[in-house]
Design a protein around this ligand. Sequence first.
Ligand code: DQA
Length: 148
Amino acid sequence: TRVMVINGPNLGRLGVREPDVYGSQDLKTLSADCVTWGQRLGLDVEVRQSDDEAEVIGWMHDAVDERTPVVMNPAAFTHYSYGLADAAHMVTDAGLPLMEVHISNPSARESFRKHSVISPVATGTITGMGFFGYKLALESVAYLLRQK
Ligand code: DQA
């Protein structure tokens, strides 16, 4: 099964951006980790990153059309993008797993990070576990697909 792992704005700057919060490893490392974790679960993982809201919304539409489960770190879009929330809702409405992941624990940070517009339409959310959260999210997708 194919799984899209989608990363929102500024996550292409992992390793450089606030390493105390997001760690010192880069997106390339995260991508390779996700592919390896997926392989062990029998999942064909495709990692993407964009700073462009329209592009990320388009990937949600593709996920619906291609019936592809999603692991998504919506990054700052988490907190304000109703457009992305509506698109993410289409994915879960289509019966596809959509796991929301955050590297940090946004609840423990600035107040604007405490609210997610994505969580209400996600299948589940994993926060505060660093890159390991993506592994948990992929395991969750594998679990959810087995339930069907
Ligand atoms: C983030 C948390 C968001 O608040 C922030 O805007 C990000 C990354 C995380 O992975 O912890 O860009 O989604």
